[in-house]
Design a binder for this molecule. Sequence first.
Ligand code: CTP
Ligand code: MN
Ligand code: MN
Ligand code: MN
Length: 380
Amino acid sequence: KAACASLTPDYMVPVYACQRRTPLQHPNRLFTDALEILSENAEFFESEGRSLAFYKASSVMKALPIRLTSTVDLCGLPCIGEHSQRVIKEILEDGVSSEVEGVLQSERYQAMKVLTSIFGVGVKTADRWYREGIRNFGDILSSGQKLTKEQEAGVKYFKDLSSPVTEEEANSITDTVRKAVASIDTRAKVTITGGFRRGKQRGHDVDLLITHPEEGKEAGLLAQIITILDSQGLLLYYKTKENTYTAPREPPVKPHSTLDRFERCFSVFKLSLPPFRGSQEPVSLSTPLDKTCIATDWKAVRVDLVVSPCSQYAYALLGWTGSQHFERELRRFAGSEKQMALNSHALYDRKQNEFLSASTEEEIFAHLGLPFIPPHERNA
Ligand code: CTP
Ligand code: MN
Ligand code: MN
Ligand code: MN
């Protein structure tokens, strides 16, 4: 602290991630990867506070424009606690952190990493399995675990779902969904959200937000979309949830609730791969995936479909673009700094006792008194 007093940092990093520009690429990956492993490991032990503390430290470093070369550079930076500083210091000195190396070598981390990567398996289930002696994918099958339908799909398509979804694959699936939607109602709109909207070239799934310019006309769309996709043989697995959000007459009770109540479908898509990969006549990935396409190969891909009424669309888009940490920080900022409650449906002003409507993301940032951060800089 004393060493810091005389230093004026070259850059300022605001406390909340939603006040910062966080690009996808940054010069401090060595440190952020390490901190995120510690964050993930804490999450595996269900220590949410510790997990968040490491993640916050990592997130601050992602917003730094220059590579950290000395612990002196940490002066004036928020959210980097003692423990994180120690990890950073060790990496600066030795190139690696012994704590992180220890975690990576641990049986517990390795097992939890594999188990939680299965579609339908969260930390709670993975932890229970771990305590029953399950360590890897094979152990699940041989132990004769009772699996949910979702987990069954996760196990069945494990290999495909473990390989990252490319931007091309995401675009191809988006096209397919767009065609299905257009055949129902040409005015309905499909937007790609999640990591791909933030500029990521790879993701674990494809997140699609569906809306209709006429309020109310979005209702019933999802069922029709699913019918079409299913009749095309494109859904290997799906599970829908009804919309449970009714326009509130009272202020939201749980301002920090992260779950939204939109109508949705969690699915595993059957993505046809071009039959002549590598040949001189490349087949476009946007080739319609109907029966005219002689597919010799396919890949299972996780796809989330979410439906929002147009009055909530801007909030839904903001909420589904992420990153998850950026979203968490937006909600925390709204609550702690502005006495507002934000979720993926609405923004409520507790001082004015009113809901603030918005038709664009820019308007939501303006309501919150925040400078607009474009999707590519929300990789917090
Ligand atoms: N989200 C949500 N409600 C859920 C699931 C996700 O609001 N039930 C939001 C998350 O907060 C996130 C976005 O939807 O901001 C996308 O979630 P996800 O697909 O899990 O993460 P991505 O950022 O897209 O990362 P990846 O590339 O790994 O898919
Ligand atoms: Mn995603
Ligand atoms: Mn892109
Ligand atoms: Mn998703």
